[in-house]
Every structure is written in structure tokens, then in C-alpha cells.
Design a protein around this ligand. Structure first.
Ligand SMILES: [Fe+2]
Ligand SMILES: [Fe+2]
Length: 196
């Protein structure tokens, strides 16, 4: 799905099912972080007008998602709570940090776009699983509705990597990143967080 080379362990949904509060809190912060990331792209690349427009739209959409997840928590009598750790995202960022071939300004731009594209892709895959496998009918529908926007965001980030990654073999970088992510997935799928 969306280029991902390793599917999530199907047992992950059983772990999630046992603790819906935990997944909702973690999910809310995933949306908030996606919005923050979009703002940070605007701050760092203000001269790419089309990127600024796209990031403005993504930021608004991610905060709308945050509102929706927060409402799901409130409907269930639950409270947001503090942000959960996301070791998956740290592993992705560590891999890109070690990747010295992309240390030019264009390379660093490509890395930031691929990083966001990967998180969107894996989140989308996880939402698809939730939309198909959860017992909770309300949450199934909810995750189905969010899946499509994350797939769109994935395409947007990858498109900007290709457009402004001058002199960088973006397809090769993306392929290597996907290979790494597939290996990473072997150790995930065990905890009740969106990327856990
Ligand atoms: Fe989102
Ligand atoms: Fe997104």
C-alpha cells in the first residue's frame, strides 16, 4: 500500500482493541504533530509559494483531524492526556540523519519531504486496518474517512521532493527509505499507538 514494502502484523489491531483510549490519545497527537510539521515547512521554505499554499491547507486539515479525534475522546468521556512517545518516527528520523548523501540544502529538503511522506503512508495503512478490523462500528467509519486525506498528503510530500530536489535521485532515496522502513516494521505492530 502506497509503496510500503511490509504490511503491519495483523495482531496489532487486537492490541489496539484492548485499549481504545490509548490509541485515540496517541492519534490526536499524531494529527497535532502533522500540523506542526506543516507549519515548520512554511517557516523553513517560505520562497516555495506552492509549498506554502499546500502546507497551509495540510496544517488546517490536520488540525481539523485533531478536533475530530478530540471529540471522539470527549464523546467517550475520556480526556486527551499527554503526548505519547513515538519511537517509530524517531527511528525514521535517525535513518535520514545518518544518510550523508543528502546533506546539501536540496538533499535536506528531500529528506524532510520523504520523512513526512513515509509517516503519512504508514498512518494511512494503519487507518485502513482500523477501518476494516475494529469491532467498534463508529470508529471503523471514522478511520475510513481519515484514510483518504492521509493518502493525499503522502502524494503531496512526495511530489514536492521530486519538484524541488534538484540533482537528487529522489526515487532512489525513496526506495532505500522504504527498504529501511520495511525492516523497521518487523519490530513494530505490538503496541496500542498509531505507529507502535
Ligand atoms: Fe491527519
Ligand atoms: Fe496527514
Amino acid at each position: 500500500m502506497l509503496g510500503l514494502k511490509m504490511a503491519t502484523d495483523p495482531r496489532w489491531v487486537n492490541v489496539v482493541e484492548r485499549n481504545l483510549e490509548e490509541i485515540l490519545v496517541d492519534h490526536a497527537f499524531c494529527e497535532q504533530k502533522a500540523a506542526s510539521n506543516a507549519i515548520s515547512m512554511i517557516v523553513q521554505y517560505p520562497h516555495y509559494t506552492d509549498l506554502v499554499q499546500a502546507m497551509t491547507a495540510i496544517c488546517q486539515e490536520e488540525m481539523a483531524h485533531f478536533t475530530m479525534v478530540h471529540e471522539k475522546l470527549m464523546e467517550r468521556g475520556l480526556t486527551l492526556g499527554f503526548e505519547r512517545k513515538d519511537p517509530y518516527v524517531n527511528d525514521l528520523s535517525e535513518f535520514l540523519r545518518r544518510n550523508k548523501t543528502n546533506s546539501s540544502p536540496e538533499g535536506m529538503f528531500v529528506n524532510k519531504m520523504l520523512f513526512a511522506a513515509m509517516i503519512e503512508a504508514r498512518s494511512c495503512e494503519r487507518f485502513k486496518i482500523l477501518s476494516e478490523e475494529l469491532q467498534d462500528e463508529d470508529l471503523k467509519k471514522f478511520y475510513r474517512s481519515l484514510m483518504e486525506s492521509e493518502a493525499r498528503h503522502y502524494t503531496t510530500f512526495l511530489g514536492f521532493a521530486r519538484k524541488y530536489g534538484k540533482g537528487i535521485d529522489v526515487d532512489k532515496c525513496w526506495h532505500e527509505f522504504l527498504e529501511f522502513e520495511a525492516q523497521l516494521m518487523e519490530k513494530y505492530g505490538t503496541s496500542e499507538t498509531i505507529h507502535g
